[in-house]
Write a protein that binds this ligand. Structure first.
Ligand code: NI
Length: 369
């Protein structure tokens, strides 16, 4: 099994594909699973695949989500099996997630006699787009799922160390776009117009007070203005200024608060400067919240198998895994893949010694008690 998983992993690492372009990836997963006689469900998506293992004993329907897409990054890992497509790289460990999912599927298939319930392995496209989970949820393959499991490579922990905690583990990811419209004029005669630039600066400053003055100080939350654009020369006051950025929250009420306050601050501040603000709020996935019982159970299984279990690092990053949790309870497990460069960096690499133990661990989690 160890050698087989290594080969599987190397193939996926060498062949990264971007969100919704995972055609060869999907084909390869299908080939490996079909060879082992694993049932594959019909799916009305161009990429991605859902495998099902039907146990011979009574039990719940569970799902394991494995995301399959890669990133537009030029790999600098120095691995012998580095990406064969320049500018494409599995820099978020999704090749590891695929391999672990295949490993679990193969083992569960062999142990169907003892398996209590049904396990669906969701090879999900487009996680990096934040919306791949929704595409899968729009089909009917998840309708009967009672528990969702997710995993993620964690380069901040030694190989095989398992991070788990009940409650919030990653943030709701929202995006905003603010257009401030003033009145353009000569740079020497600002009194003839309404300069959107000081208005935009004031908005940027004021937005930070949502974090420091409105949100409970014990709640993780942040707002980042990541793009500001106005004007095109030195002696003309432009008509508009544009701001763009992201809001990250864990708490549902905080998320709502940000959406409301952001509009209010942008609109009223711009108004005070003689300009007008238009705000677009573009919601992304909600926060990932681990079900307490599932997290506890997963930690017990890990300890029983001899893994070191540590409190899972919380992050204001996001994962579209949270969309599944709107349907049924879920638990998102971080698997230490050896300390090194962080995810989404060109030198990110997974310590291969975790491949087989992760497949064994996920199998045990899914076998039920
Ligand atoms: Ni990822």
């Amino acid at each position: 099994m160890k050698k087989k998983l290594q080969e599987i992993f190397e193939w996926f690492h060498r062949n990264p594909e971007l969100s919704y372009e995972e055609y060869r990836t999907t084909q390869q997963i299908r080939r490996i699973l079909e060879e082992a006689g694993v049932e594959i469900l019909p799916l009305s998506l161009e990429t991605g695949l859902v495998a099902v293992i039907r146990g011979k004993k009574e039990g719940p329907v569970q799902a394991l989500r494995c995301d399959i897409d890669a990133l537009p990054i030029l790999e600098e890992s120095g691995l012998s099996y580095a990406s064969e497509t320049p500018g494409r790289m599995h820099a978020c460990g999704h090749d590891f997630h695929i391999t672990a999912g295949i490993g679990a599927a193969l083992r569960l298939q062999e142990r169907r006699e003892e398996l209590a319930g049904t396990v669906k392995i969701l090879f999900q496209p487009g996680e990096e787009s934040s919306l791949g989970a929704l595409k899968l949820l729009e089909t009917d393959v998840c309708d009967d799922v009672e528990r969702f499991w997710g995993l993620h490579a964690d380069p901040t922990n030694e190989a095989g160390v398992i991070g788990l905690r009940p409650g919030y583990v990653s943030a709701a990811v929202d995006r905003f776009l603010i257009t401030i419209k003033g009145i353009g004029c000569h740079g020497a005669h600002p009194d003839d117009g309404a300069d959107p630039i000081p208005a935009a600066c004031a908005v940027v400053q004021a937005l930070q007070t949502i974090v420091t003055r409105n949100v409970n100080a014990f709640h993780p939350a942040l707002i980042s203005v990541t793009r500001i654009e106005a004007g095109n020369t030195w002696n003309v006051i432009p008509e508009t200024a544009e701001l763009e950025g992201t809001v990250r929250t864990m708490d549902r009420a905080d998320r709502k608060l940000f959406e409301e306050k952001l509009s209010l601050i942008a609109e009223r501040t711009a108004q005070a400067y003689g300009a007008q603000a238009q705000v677009q709020w573009i919601p992304g996935p909600p926060a990932v919240v681990n079900d307490e019982k599932m997290a506890e159970y997963a930690a017990d299984v890990a300890r029983r198998l001899g893994f070191v279990v540590v409190p899972e690092e919380q992050s204001l990053g996001g994962d579209d895994f949270s969309f599944y949790e709107e349907k049924a309870p879920g638990c998102y497990i971080k698997i230490g893949t050896g300390k090194g460069q962080l995810i989404h960096q060109p030198g990110f690499a997974v310590d291969e010694s975790v491949l087989e133990p992760t497949a064994v661990y996920l199998t045990e989690v899914l076998m039920g008690d």
